[in-house]
Design a protein around this ligand. Structure first.
Ligand SMILES: [Zn+2]
Ligand SMILES: [Zn+2]
Length: 420
């Protein structure tokens, strides 16, 4: 069965290629001369997105998939995370799943520009990198608190809400915080939590600078939402995790970009995940949206562009997903991989994949650093452990300081000396 589907997809690709080529050539009168291409100058157009090289138009939205996969983060696919950049300078992170911070970091964006994080629900594959984002932002140039919007209330116990989760993160890293006092930019230490009632329909949770972000309930256990961002007459809808539901069909209708979960066909949960059939059918039909249902949802949503995410997008899985989706939906759809980028304006939606920097250095601070809060205490390592220093290396250490001072015209001295 699988082989037949694969053959069909490849055959379709092979057939379409010569057709396109001959149509293009015909339209151009048999030959095209492309202006602006040179062996030494930048090319006039890029089919790859190189982060940080393109100005965003005043009425343009750029969305980047920083996590498109399943809960277990893979080298090629982190868990759920989409960065939304607006032409007014605002940036929003929709979910921050396990492994996704690495992709955000690869974009080279100063961390002061990425402080607004919206969490659809508290599964680790949707917020697992929140601690990483918070802690490394402190050390790498973020000068303000992270702001986190996340679900709570709606009949759930209080300690199931976002506030409680963030308190837990602060406790988890208590040692790191205490021993960093005086060395970190203290403005970045706190996390501002905006907990919202997940059960409300069209709950506006952000309304600034012409940007409105609202939530609708999602059917995914309880305490889950989908997010809808509207700006300049454009609409981005993000499902998080959900079954097909009436709120999505109504509110995401006609979205410019409709990003929705799309699980691998059921049989893969038996053959690849080694699930029992009962588990496979439960997880992919009562907790998540399976591929054929994704297609039907998009047929009802009628977005300008649909995006399927939350599955292992591999050469040997994609044909089955495409086939399943195409049973019910024939509109425009992209099957997300990490780094997939959408540039959206009223006239155009352009899909590309970003060239991610696999060896970035931290982006620079964009505000002057402030090492310690006024009057704040400074942590000191206990003297006895410092006295365990290997004094045989003291001479080398003094030399290291001398060389540094020469290079940077400073006057630092290694402060440790053996006690008499
Ligand atoms: Zn989930
Ligand atoms: Zn998920």
């Amino acid at each position: 069965m699988k082989t037949i589907k694969l053959v069909a997809v490849f055959a379709a690709l092979l057939l379409s290629a010569p057709l396109l080529a001959s149509n293009d050539a015909e339209a151009a009168g048999g030959g095209v001369v492309q202006e602006g291409w040179s062996p030494t100058k930048p090319y006039p157009s890029q089919e790859v997105y190189y982060p940080g090289t393109e100005e965003l138009g005043e009425e343009e939205i750029r969305v980047i998939a920083c996590g498109s996969g399943m809960p277990m983060p893979r080298t090629k696919q982190a868990a759920a995370c989409f960065l939304i950049e607006l032409g007014n300078g605002e940036k929003f992170i929709f979910d921050l799943g396990t492994g996704s911070f690495t992709t955000l970091y690869a974009l080279g964006i100063p961390l002061d520009y990425m402080t607004k994080i919206f969490i659809t629900h508290q599964h680790a594959d949707h917020m697992g990198d929140l601690p990483t984002m918070w802690i490394y932002g402190m050390q790498n140039g973020r000068s303000k608190p992270l702001e986190v919007w996340g679900p709570g209330g709606g009949g759930m116990p209080e300690n199931w809400g976002m506030k409680s989760a963030v308190d837990g993160i602060l406790k988890f890293y208590n040692w790191m915080l205490e021993t960093s006092k005086g060395a970190l930019d203290t403005r970045s230490l706190s996390v501002q939590v905006n907990e919202f009632d997940w059960s409300k329909e069209n709950n506006v949770i952000y309304d600034e600078n012409g940007v409105v972000i609202r939530t609708i309930p999602a059917i995914h256990l309880e305490g889950s939402v989908s997010l809808i961002l509207e700006w300049k007459g454009m609409k981005i809808a993000f499902s998080g995790d959900t079954l097909a539901n009436q709120w999505w069909i109504k509110e995401a209708k006609g979205a410019d970009l409709a990003i929705h979960e799309c699980f691998l066909p059921n049989e893969d949960f038996v053959t690849r995940y080694k699930f029992q059939p009962a588990e496979a059918i439960y997880v992919s039909t009562l907790v998540h949206t399976t591929a054929p249902v994704f297609g039907k949802i998009m047929a009802l949503t009628e977005p300008r562009r649909a995006v399927a995410y939350h599955f292992q997008n591999d050469p040997d899985t994609l044909p089955d997903v495409v086939t399943a989706v195409r049973e019910t939906y024939d509109g425009p759809v992209d099957f997300a991989v990490d780094g997939m980028v959408w540039n959206i304006t009223k006239d155009d939606i352009r899909t590309r994949v970003a060239m991610l920097n696999s060896q970035p250095f931290p982006p620079p601070s964009v505000t002057p650093r402030q090492q310690a809060a006024p009057g704040g205490e400074k942590y000191e390592t206990p003297d006895w452990i410092m006295q365990g220093y290997a004094w045989e290396t003291l001479e080398v250490m003094d030399e290291v300081h001398e060389n540094f001072n020469k290079k940077f015209d400073t006057d630092f001295k290694f402060p440790l000396r053996p006690k008499e």
